[in-house]
Design a protein around this ligand. Structure first.
Ligand SMILES: NC(=O)c1ccc[n+]([C@@H]2O[C@H](COP(=O)([O-])OP(=O)(O)OC[C@H]3O[C@@H](n4cnc5c(N)ncnc54)[C@H](OP(=O)(O)O)[C@@H]3O)[C@@H](O)[C@H]2O)c1
Length: 347
């Protein structure tokens, strides 16, 4: 009997920017066989990322939209189950871009690196020791350039990227102020991730009220803003930036209109604020810096080992639950890095 593999394909585009489970279909297909120079990868963990809303939307982005009918792309931790590739042996654990499926064949070009399971649980390769930890580290250090004693404000402060930015800011001697979407997440920011102050933006609409709450949380103003959302939350932060502030534009979770190809809501023009504060606003995408990933991950791993960096995971079991988990992530209901456990741990 032919062995099968499950995969999830995209069936349409988000209508009105709304990502729903109906946009995805679970299929059974024959399990692939590796050819010469290829490996067979078994998915262990699959990362779900906010960027996926942009990937499946037919709007200008840093990559072409995922074609309808194709397997959803995604970062995975995978185990090499068979190898006809000289660089990989059966049992190697790798960080790959294998997509939403049980089994994938790779010629090596979709494998990012080998993972040493002795360093930390392998799922960390999808967050603190992977692309979100790296984004936090390099986005903050390279574009944010924090100086000890300065105040760093972070949106999506309790999330995979945000929780790392807050902790790294503290490790660098800064005051960290988090902005997040629930009282529970505020508590996590304060008690778990070490923020000096945190604000629940949903408890402070409209933008003027949020700006007042941020003023109280950052009485000496904000020197670095790690912006994961844009929109009204960022308008409120910008009201408090200091002269010479650095604004790292890392994500636009709060501007849904962009993902659906609609004009952005009219907001305050930032030019004058940037002028009078002699501030710098810079876009940041982690894949521009992948050559610096090994060094950054080594430093992050040392902090994890020394107990200086903690992380939260939100793990769901079963590939078939990936669409529902993505919907939950985009509604902000995740608590920590959103991951799907696709198969058993390696070994
Ligand atoms: N530039 C890069 O290279 C790069 C790489 C990785 C990630 N990112 C970006 O970093 C940001 C965080 O990603 P993550 O993986 O760490 O996810 P995450 O923070 O773990 O989860 C997403 C969070 O976004 C917030 N959110 C959802 N809808 C929102 C809305 N309408 N307005 C404001 N906030 C909303 C929610 O947190 P709250 O409850 O706190 O609002 C939700 O928990 C995203 O914007 C992502 O695209 C950028």
């Amino acid at each position: 009997m032919t062995e099968t593999s499950r995969q999830i394909v995209l069936t349409g585009r988000p209508e009105g920017g709304q990502v729903t489970e109906a946009l995805f279909e679970l299929q059974d297909v024959p399990k692939p066989e590796p050819g010469p120079g290829e490996v067979l990868l078994r998915a262990v963990y699959l990362s779900l990322d906010p960027a996926m809303r942009g990937w499946i939307s037919d709007t200008p982005n840093y990559r072409d939209p995922v074609p309808v009918g194709e397997v959803m792309p995604g970062f995975t931790v995978s185990e090499v189950a068979a190898s006809r590739h000289p660089d990989y042996a059966v049992g190697d654990v790798v960080a790959a871009r294998a997509g939403w499926r049980d089994w994938a064949v790779s010629d090596g070009s979709t494998i990012d690196r080998k993972i040493d399971p002795a360093v930390a649980p392998v799922a960390t390769a999808l967050h603190v020791l992977g692309h979100t930890g790296f984004t936090a580290y390099l986005g903050l250090m390279e574009a944010g350039q924090p100086v000890a004693g300065e105040t760093v404000a972070v949106s999506t402060a309790a999330g995979a990227v945000g929780s790392m930015v807050g902790q790294i800011a503290k490790l660098k001697g800064c005051r960290a102020v988090g902005i997040t979407g629930s009282d529970d997440k505020v508590a996590a920011c304060r008690e778990r991730f070490g923020y000096d102050a945190a604000v629940n933006y949903k408890a402070h609409p409209p933008v003027d009220d949020l700006a007042a709450a941020l003023g109280a949380a950052a009485p000496e103003g904000i020197d670095v803003y790690f912006d994961n959302v844009g929109g009204e939350i960022s308008d409120a932060v910008l009201a408090h930036i200091n002269v010479g502030a650095r604004i790292v534009v890392c994500g636009t979770m709060g501007i849904r209109d962009v993902a659906i190809g609609e004009p952005q809501p009219p907001g305050p023009r930032v030019n004058r604020t940037l002028l009078i504060k002699r501030a710098r606003m810079q876009g940041f995408l982690f894949f521009d810096y992948v050559d610096r990933m090994p060094a950054a991950i080594a430093e992050l791993a040392a902090w994890v080992r020394e107990g200086k960096l903690t992380y939260a995971e939100d793990i769901v079991d079963g590939l078939e639950r990936a669409p529902a988990a993505l919907v939950r992530l985009l509604a902000g209901k995740n608590t920590g890095k959103m991951i799907v456990r696709v198969g058993p741990e390696p070994g």
